[in-house]
Design a protein around this ligand. Structure first.
Ligand SMILES: O=P(O)(O)OP(=O)(O)OP(=O)(O)OC[C@H]1O[C@@H](n2cnc3c(O)ncnc32)[C@H](O)[C@@H]1O
Ligand SMILES: [Mg+2]
Length: 177
């Protein structure tokens, strides 16, 4: 089984790699465009980015399955939130989606995000470090390291692969009866 992931971000690739352990799958990281803005600002746009990445990665790698993971932010009645979405597609264009953890972000991030800054840049300024997005991520910083970005995406990857397994096992059962 060949699985493509539409990113080379270490946190995303590492998460999918862990989710596939024991599956005998070979993972191909493919740097594809998300087809949405670099910093998605809604659930719809973030989910669409995940779907686009999954489709493009699967096609480019001619893989059995494609997985896309996308981070975004959304304004809500409880303030500004970090959000995460994932998508898995198969060769017949069937698609499974799952949402990830969401946690509040500092309200001071709202204006720069609206002005077009990416969360990744804001996190670098906030921590005075580079590459936060490929390591613990915003979720890791704001949970004092208790939940890092890779672990958060691992949950999303498991939700995707689990749903895929549930549906394909169900089909195999009905074929055999
Ligand atoms: O190489 P890709 O796959 O694009 O990885 P990325 O880190 O840019 O991740 P996304 O495009 O999915 O995220 C959209 C934007 O949100 C930022 N972002 C999302 N989650 C983040 C996090 O936990 N920490 C830092 N930046 C984050 C990210 O840097 C982008 O600017
Ligand atoms: Mg990006």
């Amino acid at each position: 089984m060949k699985v493509a992931i539409g990113s080379q971000n270490a946190a995303k690739v590492g998460a999918v790699e862990s989710a596939l352990i024991g599956w005998g799958a070979v993972l191909h990281p493919v740097p594809v465009p998300s087809g949405v803005s670099p910093q998605p600002l809604s659930d719809e746009e973030t989910l669409q980015g995940a779907i686009n990445r999954a489709r493009r990665a699967r096609e480019e790698a001619a893989a059995d399955l494609g997985i896309g993971l996308e981070g975004g932010v959304v304004d809500s009645s409880a303030g500004l939130f970090l959000i995460n979405w994932g998508a898995l597609v198969d060769q017949s264009s069937r698609q499974w989606v799952a949402g990830g953890a969401r946690i509040p972000l500092p309200s001071s991030f709202s204006t720069p995000l609206e002005e077009g800054k990416e969360l990744g840049e804001l996190m670098e300024a906030f921590t005075s470090r580079t590459g936060v997005r490929s390591h613990e991520g915003a979720v890791g910083i704001f949970t004092a390291g208790l939940v890092n970005r890779r672990e958060m995406f691992l949950h999303v990857a498991k939700l995707l692969i689990g749903q895929y397994r549930f549906d394909t096992q169900k089909e195999n059962r009905s074929h055999n009866t």
